[in-house]
Design a protein around this ligand. Sequence first.
Ligand code: SAM
Length: 274
Amino acid sequence: MATAASKPRGRLVGVGVGPGDPELVTRQALRVLAESDRVVAPSSAVDAVGRAEAIVRQASPELRMERLVFDMTADGAQGGRGAREASHRAAAHALLPWLDDGEQVAFVTLGDPNIYSTFSSLTAAVRCLRPAMDIGTVPGIMAFQALAAEAGAVLLDGTESLALVTALDGPEALEAAIADPTRAIVVYKGGRHVPEIAASLSRAGRLDGALMGELLGLPGERIGPLAQLSTGPATYLATVIVPPRARGGPGRAAREWRGLGAGPGGRPIEGEDG
Ligand SMILES: C[S@@+](CC[C@H](N)C(=O)[O-])C[C@H]1O[C@@H](n2cnc3c(N)ncnc32)[C@H](O)[C@@H]1O
């Protein structure tokens, strides 16, 4: 009979798979996925392929994945929070038999699992049921890093600092960061409010050099100066990066990014005006 001491110990690992390009899935992520007893991917419905699953399918086509359905209702929507928390609890219960059986279960997630990820809500729900559960993460490349790389932009230099803010409910959360000219700003979850975000930056003299990347590495990708791409709302998967204003003159990043214009399909045309 298995005693508590001899019982196998399960492990839950959140694996960051980057923003979209399968080449940005790290070797460590692929190794951990291959070594895991089970790989699960978040999805909005059992018959819907989630973003993270789609990335892993391209990076490692032979890997078998199972879907865990999550409520994706937005924060502000009526009943959104309650529905999401209930789906986190349901997902934790679904994982429990495997974890209690001693399996290593990998959970794939967009970008990095420790930054605004469903994984942290899932681990909280798992810990409510099994406080001593062994839980770990594998870091992933984040959307703003991919955007800076695509743009060939230095986001931070010297003693500059970075504010990573969300704008799900509008551009208000940007105000403190905008007011500090030494800070670079990254805006997540602001797709619906792109025109207002651009207007706030413009009022503060910080629109020049700001860039937007939407659906990075995914079908429908658009990358370009925010000033050009802010004529209407974008999807939820949109990231804005703003260089510090205090670099002198128009700012190094602004000069470096000036070569990036949105092409007909939204793709950059390098050297368009530079
Ligand atoms: C719930 S957060 C997930 C963040 C993710 N864990 C990370 O480390 O990048 C979702 C936000 O990440 C950003 N994001 C994630 N993937 C993206 C992509 N492929 N293209 C553009 N933005 C993306 C967007 O700002 C989006 O609203």
